[in-house]
Write a protein that binds this ligand. Structure first.
Ligand code: ATP
Ligand code: MG
Length: 364
């Protein structure tokens, strides 16, 4: 049986509560002989700051490097508002992304049928939506140099951010998108602003060449980012896989997430490059934050966290059947009417974090 090492970083706020439910799922997978998962626990964010005045310790970074995958819940909260910038909770997250080279951020936007009629949630929801946004995570305008504010001396200042992309960065994120598309709807929409940005022009050129060279079997379309923002609202089901840069991906993935009505239920994966042995670093985490307003109350929704574990099974451990089983278990408990408070809608009653976790485990 394959053995895998998983580093679990529960973090802050509701993090430990939802992590406990994901651990139950791991225990079931171990018992069922799906694989042998060894779970190590570490500290990140405020929890790490409280323990040793760092956003993540060198020791835990080392364990992150050695693990087959990192499962992170959430970091931050008002308790750490005043801590020095370099050791603020989010610095732990950024360090993990950077040091592990996690350049590809995968955010599926899936609408569960049971939640589709959610007029009581006061949201527009797109029934049957199933798209995957692939966002470049380690380059672009968030990291390009120069990045500065200069005092011009006459009461004026000048701020500069720089968008930089090189061929290899565009190629490797493009490859992730094309590979995913082959396992889904076989279509990739690549998005940039090639009409006004040099980096967008290169992006389109590189994606076009990569497609022609290696992925001609996948349908490729290019769409300017502003048009994509519009089309995502107008007719979201036309998309399968969307690949875009760091900045546009940040915005478009939040937009797509809300079309499912449930930012708090969506998982994510951040993947690095494969080494010679085919091993790649990866981190899995819910799209939502640490929800300090409900932390400790036992009412947080564990679905995004459990779904993130499902993504780990799919993308790091090559266990697609187990991943499908988790997705089905989530869909089934929702179909049976189980609702945590955040997705209550018109439901007559709600269940706790633990009850939702137990129900998913029972389905499994
Ligand atoms: P971050 O800055 O870390 O992204 P945020 O400020 O955007 O965090 P969240 O922590 O995601 O916000 O919380 C936003 C709202 O969603 C809060 O009211 C929170 O209680 C709720 N929420 C987030 N995640 C969950 C969850 N898993 N279950 C229930 N409610 C949640
Ligand atoms: Mg947020």
């Amino acid at each position: 049986m394959a053995a895998y090492k998983l580093l679990l970083l529960p973090g802050d706020g509701i993090g430990p509560e939802i992590s406990a439910e994901a651990e139950k799922v791991l225990a079931v997978l171990n018992e069922a002989g799906v694989a042998s998962f060894e779970v190590e626990r570490g500290l990140v964010g405020g929890a790490a700051y409280d323990a040793h005045k760092q956003a993540i310790s060198e020791d835990d970074m080392k364990r992150a490097h050695e693990a087959d995958a990192v499962l992170l819940a959430a970091v931050g909260g008002p308790k750490w508002d005043g801590v020095p910038y370099d050791v603020r909770p989010e610095a732990g997250l950024l360090r993990l992304r950077k040091d592990l080279g996690l350049f590809a951020n995968l955010r599926p936007a899936i609408c569960y049928p049971a939640l589709a009629d959610a007029s009581s949630l006061k949201r527009e929801i797109v029934d049957g939506l199933d798209i995957m946004i692939v966002r470049e995570l380690t380059g672009g305008v968030y990291f390009g140099e120069p990045k500065e504010i200069t005092d011009l001396g006459n009461g004026q200042k000048r701020a500069v951010d720089t968008q930089v992309y090189e061929t290899y960065e565009i190629e490797r994120i493009g490859r992730v998108a094309f590979e995913l598309a082959r396992k889904r709807g076989n279509k990739v929409t690549s998005s940039e602003k090639s009409n006004v940005m040099k980096s967008g022009y290169l992006w389109r050129e590189v994606i076009t060449a990569l497609h022609k060279r290696e992925y001609a079997d996948v349908t490729l379309e290019h769409m300017l980012a502003d048009a994509l923002g519009m089309q995502l609202v107008r007719w979201p089901k036309q998309f399968d896989v969307i690949v875009t840069d760091n900045l546009f991906g940040d915005m478009l993935s939040d937009e797509a997430a809300m079309l499912t009505g449930s930012l708090g239920m969506l998982p994510s994966a951040s993947l690095g490059a494969a080494d010679e042995k085919g091993k790649r670093h990866a981190m899995y985490e819910p799209c939502h934050g640490s929800a300090p307003d409900i932390a400790g109350k036992g009412i947080a929704n564990p679905i995004a966290m459990i779904g993130s574990l499902g993504m780990a099974l799919r993308y790091s451990f090559d266990l697609p059947k187990a991943a499908d089983a988790i997705d089905a278990a989530i869909a089934n408990v929702l179909a049976k009417g189980l609702r945590t408070a955040d997705i209550k809608g018109d439901a007559p009653s709600t269940v706790s974090t633990k009850e939702m976790g137990d129900a998913i485990v029972a389905e499994l």
